[in-house]
Design a protein around this ligand. Sequence first.
Ligand code: FES
Length: 137
Amino acid sequence: MSARDGSPRRAPAPEARCTVTVCRGCCCGVAGKIPRLDHEAQLADLRTALADLATVRRSECLDACEQANVIVVQPSAEGRRAGGRPAWLGLVNDRDATADIADWIAAGGPGLAEPPAVLDLYAFRPPRRVRAELESR
Ligand code: FES
């Protein structure tokens, strides 16, 4: 994987990584709500693909249940300095989308690499209160 300038990317130090928050609350990750996806496999795929590149964490309900499954990609420290902001992705109920998220982060993530265009289909903007709550975790 390479950065925007084509140079190879090294695995970032843990404190400098992107953080990927995977909601697994009352609606996200629940087979009764979203039956056509292996939710545990989705989480495992992200953890495997991003093992050395990002912190992948599971969260309780992020208060955007109408968008289940919700995944939030928070920029690395470098990405934030470059203007990257958390990307809220909803209705991530396709394994290909999970792979696209992993590819984006491997390329640098928010602020450092353009997301694959297909991720525009998943992007949404939650209320400010909800965004602030995640930032405080
Ligand atoms: S369970 Fe994911 S937003 Fe509510």
